[in-house]
Design a protein around this ligand. Structure first.
Ligand code: ADP
Length: 448
C-alpha cells in the first residue's frame, strides 16, 4: 500500500481524499494556489506545497509544478480528484514516467473513453444501446445538415472532447443547425483545444441516469448501481439521488449490466461512471463515460456502504477488488444537493466572498462534504460549488424531509447560494411525484 499520496486538487474533494488517506494510515500531501493558502484542506494535510498563483492554469493545471511538489515530498501516488487534471491522459502518463502511481485508469483507457466519439464506438461494440447519431465526427455544416435530415430534428451538436456542457447545442431545423455548428466548434476549440464535433438525436424530456463501476487491474469489475442526476441547470447537475426512482428492477439490472460490459470491453481499471439518458418509455441510451470520481459519488457510498475513494486507492496500489457483485447491497435512499456560491436572482452569477456566519447541518442521516468554515474566503477563481449536503434514509419521502430540514439549518452568510432553489425543488409537486426531466428547472422554476 502507498505510504504518501499527493492530491492534485483543491476544495471539498481534496479534503475528502485526505480523510480517506488518514483512515487508511496514509499521509496526505496537499497542493494549493496562493488563493487557497489558508483553507481547511491545506491545514488538515500532513504536508502542503504552494504550486503557483490563483489562476488555475498556473497552479492546479500546472503539471510541472505538481510533479515537482510530488517529487519534493516523495509521494508514491497522486489522486487527481475531479475536474482540473483528472481526465488528462498526458498527466497520467507523466506520473507513470516519474514512477508515481496515478489513482485512476491507464492513460490508454482514459484516451479511449475520454473521446466521446471513440466511446460511442466502444459502446456499440459492447452492445450497449446509444443515442442515435453520427457514425463518427462530423466534418462541416453541410454534412451535419445531411445527417440531421436523415435522423430527424431536433438534434444535439456535441464536442468529442466535451465536458461541463461546453460545445453542446440543440438545433431544431437546418437554419438553427447552421448557426449552432460554428458556435459549438468555436466553444469546443476554446475550451478543449479540439473542435471535433458529432451529432446525436436530441432525446426529448429525458432523465439522466448513470452507473458507478469499480474495476481492478486483474480484470474484476462490479457495478454499484445507479444514480439519477435529472435535476440539472443548463445541463449541469444540481440534485442527485440513488436509486433512480422510476426504474423497474429489470431495466435497472440491464442498465447496470450494460455499463459493466462497456467498462470490461474498454480494458479499464479504477472508478468509472457510465452515463445514460432514459426516455419517457424507459429506453436507455449511452451518452458518455467519466473516467474519474464524480462529484455525486457520496450518494452511492451512502446506499452501498462502500467507500469509493478508498477503493480507488486500493485498486491503484494493485490490490484486488475483494467485492463480488452479490456482496453489493443497495439500502435505502440517498439524495445530494450541490451548494454553489451563486446568486439565483442574478442569473446564477458566482457569489464569492468571506463567510462571516457558518453553521453546518447535522443529525441523523446527514453528511456534509465541504472545505468551508467560519471566516473562510470563497475565491472567485474556481468552480462555485462549495459544499455538498447528502442525506440517507430508508425511503425517498423521508430522505426529502431530512434534506429539507438540513438545508433549512445550513447557514452560509453573507454569500448567496443554491440552497433556496434546492429547497424549492424538493417541495415541488413534480419532483416529489418523480415527474421530472432534465429541463425541469428551466421549465418550472421561477428566476432561472
Ligand atoms: P458534458 O460531458 O458536457 O457534461 P454530457 O454528454 O454528459 O455532457 O451531457 C450533459 C447533459 O446534457 C445530460 O445529462 C443531458 O441533460 C443533456 N444531454 C446530453 N446529450 C443529450 C441528448 N442527446 N439529448 C438530450 N439531452 C442531452
Amino acid at each position: 500500500m502507498f505510504s504518501r499520496i499527493l492530491i492534485a486538487n483543491r476544495g471539498e474533494i481534496a479534503l475528502r481524499v485526505i480523510r480517506a488517506c488518514h483512515e487508511m494510515g496514509i499521509e496526505a500531501v496537499a497542493v494549493y494556489s496562493e488563493a487557497d493558502r489558508d483553507t481547511s484542506y491545506v491545514k488538515l494535510a500532513d504536508a502542503a506545497v504552494c504550486i503557483g498563483p490563483a489562476a488555475a492554469a498556473k497552479s492546479y493545471l500546472n503539471i510541472p509544478a505538481i510533479i515537482s511538489a510530488a517529487e519534493v515530498t516523495d509521494v508514491d501516488a497522486i489522486h487527481p480528484g475531479y475536474g482540473f487534471l483528472a481526465e488528462n491522459a498526458h498527466f497520467a502518463e507523466i506520473c507513470g514516467e516519474c514512477g508515481i502511481a496515478f489513482i485512476g485508469p491507464s492513460p490508454a483507457a482514459m484516451r479511449k473513453l475520454g473521446d466521446k466519439v471513440a466511446a460511442r464506438k466502444l459502446a456499440q461494440d459492447a452492445r450497449v444501446p446509444l443515442v442515435p447519431g453520427s457514425d463518427g465526427p462530423v466534418a462541416n455544416e453541410a454534412e451535419a445538415v445531411k445527417i440531421a435530415n436523415k435522423m430527424g430534428y431536433p438534434v444535439m451538436i456535441k464536442a468529442a472532447a466535451g465536458g461541463g456542457g461546453r460545445g453542446m447545442r440543440v438545433a431544431h431545423n437546418d437554419i438553427s443547425l447552421h448557426k449552432a455548428f460554428g458556435a459549438a466548434r468555436a466553444e469546443a476549440e476554446a475550451a478543449f483545444k479540439n473542435g471535433t464535433l458529432y451529432l446525436e438525436k436530441y432525446i426529448v424530456e429525458p432523465r439522466h441516469v448513470e452507473v458507478q463501476i469499480l474495476a481492478d487491474k486483474a480484470g474484476n469489475a462490479v457495478h454499484l448501481y445507479e444514480r439519477d442526476c435529472t435535476i440539472q441547470r443548463r445541463h449541469q447537475k444540481l440534485i442527485e439521488e440513488s436509486p433512480c426512482p422510476v426504474l423497474d428492477e429489470r431495466t435497472r439490472e440491464e442498465l447496470c449490466k450494460s455499463a459493466l460490459r462497456l467498462i470490461k470491453h474498454a480494458d479499464y481499471h479504477n472508478a468509472a461512471t457510465v452515463e445514460f439518458l432514459l426516455d419517457k418509455k424507459k429506453n436507455y441510451y449511452f451518452i458518455e463515460v467519466n473516467t474519474r470520481i464524480q462529484v455525486e459519488h457520496p450518494v452511492t457510498e451512502m446506499v452501498t456502504g462502500q467507500d469509493l475513494i478508498k477503493w480507488q486507492i486500493k485498486i491503484a496500489a494493485g490490490m484486488p477488488l475483494e467485492l463480488r457483485q452479490r456482496d453489493i447491497q443497495h439500502r435505502g435512499v440517498s439524495i445530494e444537493c450541490r451548494i454553489n456560491a451563486e446568486d439565483p436572482n442574478r442569473n446564477f452569477t458566482p457569489s464569492p466572498g468571506r463567510i462571516t456566519t457558518f453553521m453546518v447541518p447535522g443529525g441523523p442521516g446527514v453528511r456534509v462534504d465541504t472545505y468551508l468554515c467560519q471566516g473562510a474566503v470563497i475565491s472567485p477563481y474556481y468552480d462555485s460549488m462549495v459544499s455538498k449536503v447528502i442525506v440517507h434514509q430508508p425511503t425517498r419521502e423521508e430522505a426529502i424531509a431530512t434534506m429539507k430540514r438540513a438545508l433549512r439549518e445550513f447557514q452560509i452568510e453573507p454569500i448567496k447560494t443554491t440552497i433556496p432553489i434546492c429547497l424549492e425543488i424538493l417541495s415541488h409537486n413534480l419532483y416529489v411525484k418523480n415527474q421530472v426531466d432534465t429541463s425541469f428547472i428551466e421549465r418550472h422554476l421561477t428566476n432561472t
